[in-house]
Design a protein around this ligand. Structure first.
Ligand code: GLC
Ligand code: GLC
Length: 650
């Protein structure tokens, strides 16, 4: 929109910019700045408009954008232009992702380049390399306590290695996803060190208090994230003689976005990594970006405004780069990270579908889809040009973040049901084959989450131990069933590195004092390459999982209705063990796939006329895409075998 005040401020700023920025080759930069400036200015004013140095801060922001643009390599600028034109490129079904630790998967970044053929064999073409930046070795929170935002940790390699990885990936038509930890720094970050030494400028980068007065007020309404390892939200810093807000671990200092300098620094860092060749940036813990007394300090409106600013600024300098929102919050809140009151995504284009993830685990434990179907039905509507990151497992614990209303409607008591799920996945529930551990148990609130690898949580570990072939079978089927959903649901599926070969829990973390207290390391072990080599040996567990996943991934990629254009319809069936939905081509309604997933260990039947009201006639001629055969039909009903799924095409 054209607005006089913004335009005249923009003119003023352009005159004030450093002389080297007045370069003609900035044409695309200036058009994008012009197009986005009204939004940037309005948002910046909304948050920082009261400050006396408002205009200086605006100049500094625009300068940051321009300097990073000048540094942006020609091939990245070219890709920006291509992606602007083909702006729905990431909604395609062709993308299939995996998250991995470069050291645990392949020693280091160089090693990772050598392991890319393994990923390509499986069909992976989007790689989330878990955090690789410089962290204190003892207190790293798995890479999320960053000491230097611009330097790759020497244990993993160098900045050159990441650029080399980015170009290797590009050659292989694979995307690179990197983290930017926007919410906090390590207490050993230079800003924190200087704050400790008394520099006021850097104390203002954090939430720092002389005494408990204000912290106590915050604590009244702030939940605890790590109640066992890091209770409370503030830490006393001996050296400074002050309290610091530390929502996560006590060595992770929360950044204070009430200070525009912090926002500008972080935008600079986002653009730094965009310029190193990242296609997508995963913004960590975005729900926490804004702290306000009297609130939970999560999902605050200003957190959204900050993200909009980050997006608008990125669109000026590196418009081809997308954001993933890591906001593991209530289902109704997650979708807001695409942006509210908008048509197109205006914060993050991609968001972790934590709601679906938790619902899938509910279906595994209950062996029915009561809550899953309801939760999927009530998933908030997405904006256009926004998509989910669908996952079964990731490096974190499984939080049971369901909507309590849905839980009640599924006829469960929310507290008792969550307790059942924790008991089930930690193997306490009678006959549960799961081998997880409780994470973040909070004795005050009764909350708990779950750690453990996918394979161990679905019972593969216990089945292998007892040598029970039927139980092994069920575990493998469950692994495939869960992946069949994330691959067909709509969105980018993100696999977790050990899951395609059925990696079990590992206790190696207990030997490391820096990890021992955090049982999320149970499912962050070293990738077992000798186990991986068994994927080529017919009949092994690894072979059964890997080959089936590989096939599903290939099918997904060649089935255009799996692209995400909000073209999914949940189909209610009269059988609470099944999840049924259709995927339809928006242009051609005759091109469609019907997904039927059975979460029960017994076979289920569906009468052929069940889906008639929705225009589906279950016919023998329908093809099961995964087997290539037609579906068995008897007595006017089709049968879905135990813990199995169909992708059916007319
Ligand atoms: C394609 C490419 C992707 C590129 C995009 C731009 O999907 O694979 O790398 O950025 O199109 O149009
Ligand atoms: C994110 C990460 C998690 C980390 C936390 C604090 O949620 O996924 O691993 O502990 O942020 O940085």
């Amino acid at each position: 929109m054209y607005e006089q005040a913004s335009h005249s401020l923009l003119n003023e700023i352009l005159v004030q910019l450093k002389p080297e920025i007045g370069n003609l080759r900035l044409r695309h930069f200036y058009t994008r700045l012009g197009a986005n400036f009204y939004a940037i200015h309005s948002l910046f004013r909304l948050i920082y408009g009261e400050r006396a140095d408002f205009k200086e801060q605006m100049v500094s922001l625009v300068e940051t954008l321009a300097l990073r643009y000048m540094e942006r390599a020609p091939h990245l600028r070219k890709s920006d232009l291509a992606r602007e034109k083909n702006y729905n490129w990431f909604l395609s079904q062709k993308w299939v992702g995996m998250a991995l630790y470069c050291d645990r998967f392949a020693d280091d970044l160089k090693g990772l380049r050598e392991k890319l053929p393994y990923l390509q064999e499986l069909g992976i073409n989007l790689v989330h390399v878990m955090p690789i930046l410089d962290c204190p070795p003892e207190h790293s929170d798995g890479g999320y306590a960053v000491r230097d935002f611009c330097k790759v940790d020497a244990r993993f390699g160098s900045n050159e290695d990441i650029e080399a990885l980015a170009s290797t990936l590009k050659r292989r038509d694979m995307l690179l996803v990197l983290d930017v930890v926007v919410n906090h720094t390590s207490n050993e970050h230079e800003w924190a060190q200087r704050a400790r030494q008394g520099e006021k400028k850097y104390q203002d980068y954090y939430y720092i208090f002389d005494n408990r007065e204000i912290p106590n007020i915050y604590e009244e309404s702030m939940p605890e994230i790590f109640p066992n390892n890091a209770p409370g939200n503030f830490t006393w810093d001996e050296e400074m003689g002050k309290w610091v807000m530390t929502v996560f671990n006590n060595y992770q200092w929360d950044l204070n976005y009430h200070n525009p300098a912090v926002l500008i620094e972080m935008i600079d860092i986002i653009l730094f990594w965009a310029n190193k060749g990242a296609d997508i940036l995963r913004l960590d813990a975005v729900a926490f970006l804004w702290k306000k007394m009297g609130s939970q300090c999560q999902n605050e409106r200003e957190a959204h405004l900050i993200l909009q600013l980050m997006k608008d600024c990125c669109q000026v300098t590196a418009p081809g780069v997308l954001f993933i929102a890591e906001a593991i919050v209530a289902p109704g809140e997650i979708a807001k990270y695409f942006g509210e009151d908008a048509i197109n995504a205006k914060e993050c284009e991609i968001a972790y579908n934590a709601a679906l993830m938790a619902l899938l685990w509910d279906a595994v434990a209950t062996k029915n889809t009561n809550l899953l179907s309801r939760g999927v039905k009530n998933l908030p509507v997405k904006l256009e040009r926004a998509t989910w990151l669908n996952y079964v497992r990731c490096h974190d614990d499984i939080g049971l973040g369901f909507d309590d209303n849905d839980v009640r409607l599924a006829s469960y008591d929310p507290v008792l049901h969550r307790r059942f799920l924790v008991d089930y996945f930690t193997g306490k529930f009678p006959d549960s084959p799961a081998r997880g551990l409780p994470f973040g148990e909070n004795l005050k609130t009764g909350d708990a989450r779950i750690s453990g690898s996918l394979a161990s949580l679905v019972g593969l570990e216990s089945a292998l131990e007892s040598g029970d072939a039927a139980a092994i079978d069920n575990a493998i089927k469950t692994i495939l069933l869960l992946h069949s959903i994330i691959l067909s649901f709509g969105g980018i599926p993100l696999l977790y590195y050990g899951d395609a070969i059925g990696m079990l829990n590992s206790l190696e973390y207990l030997a490391d004092p820096a990890k021992r207290e955090d049982n999320r390391w149970l499912h962050r072990s070293h990738f077992d390459w000798s186990k991986a080599s068994k994927r080529h040996q017919t009949g092994t567990v690894e072979n059964r999982i890997f080959c089936a996943l590989k096939k599903m991934i290939a099918l997904r990629k060649e089935t255009p209705v799996f692209a995400d254009f909000d073209n999914r319809q949940l189909l209610p069936v009269d059988n609470a063990n099944l999840l049924v939905f259709s995927r339809t081509d928006a242009q051609n309604s005759r091109s469609r796939v019907l997904v039927i997933a059975n979460f029960n260990p017994e076979a289920q039947t569906v009468p052929v006329d069940t889906l008639q009201p929705f225009g589906f006639f279950l016919k023998e001629s329908m093809k099961n895409l995964c087997s290539g055969t037609s579906i068995p039909m008897e007595n006017n009903a089709i049968t879905i075998p135990p813990l199995s799924f169909y992708w059916l095409a007319d």
